[in-house]
Write a protein that binds this ligand. Structure first.
Ligand code: AN7
Length: 363
């Protein structure tokens, strides 16, 4: 389904999602995001030696699933259309979430569309400006805490258990179920699953969702071989890799600044069942990939999203000629302009004078 007929992922995958009545669907036309063949990145990462010719079957094929092109510019919209639709179906009047930013932007937008109240609890000073601006523009009640995401999530669990407010963090299973549609889309486009699927890991909801989507489709015989799931945490926020809660997680990729992931066990299951891995990438590796994606592919993602490509670079020895890799770019680069400006070369400021402008141009 495409073009004008496309009206969101619940509509598209209606038979696979547990919504009772089409009347309840709350959609901003999320999903159906592009899967982009990244030939320039392949050259950059793997060089050209292994490749006999441009379109040979021997080439490594790297695709970017650009989920930053969802309505609120992150993959969270996939889960949020489901969570808010179900909240409406169940008669809820308000939603609440803890967030490193993107969940709050998405919850605020879908709540606005549905006419629900939204409360978001965020770690003070650690939210990228784009995300905060979305939450406030969509009318959410924003509460900043002097603490981190993990503390915010504990508060949200407490409040949602004691008040008639629906939690829309990924502990809400409808979120996971909505997000699994990204795996369906990948298979629908490729006609098969990739050999590897790489993505950033924060709360570990997305890796859980993709694995659910792939295994469900696989069980129906839609394709033969399941992908290996590759998850990447920022080195300063890598509880799953380290095997213990990180009390004070730190990373420039604030979206994945999480020390106690809600879906920890399910992420390990996805890793182990698929024969994949979860590893760390440093902030420097994240920023290098972040710039490379923008410079070589013309795609602007946020720092956390680049952890997927940074991970592929770190692990490049595991891939063989002919392999297909998908990296999910979870959020748009405009979410976090401060980090972009911070890593980019300085711009020139000169007088409106032809000589000076030419000199600044390097001509
Ligand atoms: C761009 O918004 O946790 O492993 O509160 O925003 O499913 O948590 C965001 C997470 C990756 C990690 N990339 O996904 C939140 C939040 C981006 C993100 C992740 C997030 P999960």
């Amino acid at each position: 389904m495409s073009g004008a007929k496309y009206s969101g992922l619940i509509d598209r995958y209606w038979e696979r999602l547990p919504v009772k009545n089409r009347k309840h669907i709350v959609t901003l036309h999320e999903g159906n995001t592009p899967l982009i063949l990244a030939k320039n990145l392949v050259k950059e990462i793997f060089g050209t030696k292994k490749q006999s010719s441009e379109d040979s079957d021997n080439n490594i094929r790297l695709y970017l699933k650009y989920d930053g092109l969802n309505p609120t510019c992150s993959f969270k919209d996939r889960g949020m259309t489901m969570a808010v639709t179900k909240a409406v179906e169940e008669g809820s009047k308000a939603v609440i979430c803890a967030s490193t930013g993107n969940t709050s932007a998405s919850a605020a937008a879908y709540a606005a569309k549905a006419g629900l109240s939204a409360y978001v609890i965020i770690p003070e000073g650690k939210i990228a400006m784009g995300k905060l601006s979305q939450a406030v523009m969509h009318g959410a009640k924003v509460i900043e805490i002097k603490g981190n995401f993990d503390e915010a999530l504990a508060l949200v669990r407490d409040i949602s258990e004691n008040y008639p407010i629906t939690m829309v963090n990924s502990l809400n299973e409808h979120r996971i179920v909505g997000q699994k549609t990204a795996a369906f889309e990948v298979v629908d486009v490729l006609g098969d699953a990739p050999d590897y699927h790489a993505l950033p890991v924060g709360n570990a909801g997305n890796i859980t969702s993709y694995w659910m989507g792939y295994t469900e489709y696989h069980a129906e015989g839609v394709f033969e071989k399941l992908p290996k799931m590759l998850g990447f945490q920022a080195e300063g926020a890598a509880p799953i890799v380290k095997g213990e809660i990180v009390k004070n997680p730190e990373t420039i990729a604030t979206a994945i600044r999480i020390g106690n992931p809600a879906s920890w066990k399910r992420a390990e299951l996805a890793r182990d069942e698929s024969g994949g891995l979860i590893d760390t990438v440093t902030d420097d590796e994240i920023l290098e990939a972040y710039r490379m994606i923008a410079l070589k592919e013309g795609i602007f993602c946020e720092p956390a999203s680049a952890a997927s490509v940074a991970g592929v670079i770190k692990k490049k020895e595991i891939f063989k000629p002919g392999d297909t890799i998908v990296c999910t770019l979870t959020g748009h680069g405009l979410k976090d302009p401060d980090t972009a400006i911070g890593v980019a070369p300085e711009t020139h400021s000169v007088s409106p004078d032809i000589e000076q402008v030419l000199e600044a141009m390097g001509l």
